[in-house]
Design a protein around this ligand. Structure first.
Ligand SMILES: Cc1cc2nc3c(=O)[nH]c(=O)nc-3n(C[C@H](O)[C@H](O)[C@H](O)COP(=O)(O)OP(=O)(O)OC[C@H]3O[C@@H](n4cnc5c(N)ncnc54)[C@H](O)[C@@H]3O)c2cc1C
Length: 424
C-alpha cells in the first residue's frame, strides 16, 4: 500500500469519522493520494448505530470476518397473522450483523498504515479559490486541500441539496434484552414481520403499518425492533415503542431485562445533492442511503473505489477546482446510478401510500421474485434495465390490489415519475 504524505497540501481532506468517512479515506489512501481527515472528536470514538447486512454483500468484498453474528435461518412474515396465514417465507440467504468495533478498526488501521493524518475539530466554514479549498474549524484551525470530501452524515456541514418537498424518515425503536419467552425462534433472523394481529382493526386500517426486525443474539439475548419503512413526518418513537411492547405481549414474550434501547431515525428519500458544487459528498451526506430499503453500508463499501478512482484519475489528469469536483461527483453518481435513485424514490413514494394489507401483498410478491432480482433491488446492484425487468416481473406476479396501487399516480408520484423518465 502506498503512503499518504502529510508534507505538502493534501490532495483530499475528508470531514467526518463515521462509516462513510473511514471507507473513503482508506480507498483514497489505497490509490496513493495524500489524504488528511477531520474528526469532530476522537476518530476511534465508538459508533452508536448497529449495522446489519446481507452476508453475500460482505463476502463479495472479502469482509465476512467482520461480522459479529451470522444467521442462515432468515425469514419474513407477510400473512395477516390470523387463521389461514400461510406462515413465514424463507429468504434462503444469510444475514449478518457487523462487529462495529472490528469494522471501525479495519478502516482506521488501513488509514493508519497508509499514513493518514487525523485532525480534531468541528468543521465550521469553507473557502475556495481556483485550485484548492480551505476548511476552518470552530477552533480557527485552517486546513487546506485540493479537494474536500464531506462525509458528515445526513445533515452535512457543507454539501448542499435542493429543497424538494417533505423528506420521509425511517424510524425504528429497538431493544436488546431478555424476554419471558423467545420473541422469535432461536437461531433466527426476521427481516420483516408484518403480522399485525396484535392491533385493533381500526388501527390496522388507518394508522401507518410497521414491522418487526429481529435477531437472536445468542445466550438468551435478542434484538427486536419495531420499524416504519418510511413516512413524512416519521412515525413517532412512543408509537413504535407501544407497538413493540404490544407485539411482544401478544406473542407471550414481554421484556424481562432491558439491556439497550436503540432510537433509529434517518432520511430515506432526500433528493440528490447538486452535482456541480465544489465540495464532494460521500455517505449520508451524498444521498447514498438506498431510498427504498434504507441500507447504506454495503453501498459505501462498493462505491468508495469508484469515487476514489475518479478523484485519483482527475488529479492525475491535472484537474483542479470546479473541474476536479465535477469529475468526482460524476464518478460517484454516473447516469445509471442517478436513474436507479430516481426509480427508488418513485417506488418508495408508492409504498408509503400502501395500507397494511396491500403492503403485505406487495412484499409477499417482491420476495417471490427470483433471488437475484430481490437481492439486487435491495442492495442496488442491478442496472436500470435489470431493475425494470424485475419490476415488470413483479407486476406480472402481483395480485390486483398491488397492481392497482402500482398503476395509480396520486400525490407527487407524477412529478417523481417524470423526473425518472427525464433521466432515462
Ligand atoms: C440507529 C441506526 C441504525 C442504522 N442501521 C443501519 C444498518 O443496519 N445498515 C445500514 O446500511 N444503514 C443503517 N443505518 C443508516 C446509515 O447507515 C447510518 O445513518 C450511517 O451511520 C451513516 O453514515 P455516515 O458515515 O454517512 O454518517 P455518520 O455515521 O452520521 O457520521 C458522520 C460523521 O461526521 C462527523 N461530523 C458531523 N459534523 C461534523 C463537523 N461539522 N465537523 C467534523 N465532523 C463532523 C460526526 O461526528 C461523525 O463522525 C442506520 C442508522 C441509524 C441511525
Amino acid at each position: 500500500m502506498l503512503a499518504c504524505s502529510p508534507l505538502t497540501t493534501p490532495d483530499v481532506l475528508v470531514i467526518g469519522a463515521g462509516p462513510a468517512a473511514l471507507t473513503i479515506a482508506a480507498a483514497l489512501c489505497e490509490r496513493g493520494l495524500r489524504v488528511e481527515a477531520l474528526a469532530a472528536g476522537e476518530p476511534d470514538a465508538p459508533w452508536t448505530n448497529t449495522y446489519g447486512i446481507w452476508a453475500d454483500e460482505v463476502e463479495g468484498l472479502g469482509l465476512a470476518h467482520l461480522l459479529a453474528h451470522r444467521w442462515s435461518d432468515t425469514i419474513s412474515w407477510f400473512g395477516n397473522g390470523g387463521p389461514g396465514d400461510a406462515g413465514p417465507i424463507r429468504h434462503g440467504r444469510d444475514y449478518g450483523l457487523f462487529d462495529k468495533a472490528a469494522l471501525q478498526a479495519h478502516w482506521l488501521g488501513a488509514g493508519e498504515r497508509a499514513g493518514l493524518r487525523w485532525h480534531r475539530g468541528q468543521a465550521a466554514s469553507i473557502h475556495h479559490d481556483a485550485g484548492s479549498s480551505v476548511v476552518t474549524t470552530a477552533a480557527a484551525e485552517a486546513l487546506p486541500a485540493r479537494l474536500v470530501v464531506d462525509a458528515t452524515g445526513h445533515e452535512p456541514v457543507f454539501v448542499q441539496r435542493p429543497a424538494d418537498g417533505p423528506i420521509a424518515g425511517q424510524a425504528a425503536y429497538g431493544i436488546v434484552g431478555r424476554f419471558a419467552a423467545p420473541p422469535i425462534a432461536p437461531g433466527q433472523f426476521v427481516f420483516m414481520d408484518y403480522r399485525a394481529d396484535h392491533l385493533e382493526e381500526q388501527e390496522r386500517r388507518v394508522e401507518p403499518p410497521t414491522f418487526l426486525y429481529a435477531m437472536d443474539l445468542g445466550e438468551g439475548r435478542f434484538f427486536v425492533e419495531e420499524t416504519s419503512l418510511a413516512l413524512a413526518p416519521p412515525v413517532p418513537f412512543p408509537v413504535l415503542r407501544n407497538r413493540l411492547h404490544r407485539r411482544l405481549a401478544h406473542r407471550g414474550a414481554p421484556v424481562l431485562e432491558l439491556e439497550h434501547e436503540e432510537f433509529c431515525l434517518f432520511p430515506m428519500n432526500p433528493p440528490l445533492p447538486d452535482l456541480s458544487q465544489r465540495v464532494v459528498g460521500f455517505g449520508g451526506a451524498a444521498g447514498m442511503v438506498h431510498p427504498a430499503s434504507g441500507y447504506l453500508v454495503g453501498g459505501l463499501l462498493r462505491r468508495a473505489p469508484d469515487l476514489a478512482t475518479a478523484i485519483a484519475s482527475a488529479l492525475d489528469g491535472g484537474l483542479g477546482g470546479d473541474a476536479l469536483a465535477r469529475a468526482a461527483w460524476q464518478g460517484l453518481w454516473p447516469a445509471d446510478r442517478r436513474w436507479n435513485h430516481a426509480f427508488f424514490r418513485f417506488g418508495l413514494e408508492k409504498l408509503m401510500r400502501f395500507d397494511e394489507a396491500r403492503l403485505r401483498h406487495h412484499f409477499a410478491t417482491f420476495f417471490a421474485l427470483p433471488p437475484e432480482q430481490w437481492f439486487g433491488f435491495l442492495t442496488n446492484t442491478l442496472t436500470p434495465r435489470q431493475l425494470l425487468a424485475a419490476m415488470v416481473r413483479l407486476y406480472g406476479l402481483a395480485p390486483w390490489d398491488v397492481r392497482w396501487g402500482l398503476m395509480a399516480l396520486p400525490g407527487r408520484e407524477p412529478q417523481l415519475l417524470a423526473r425518472m423518465l427525464a433521466r432515462g
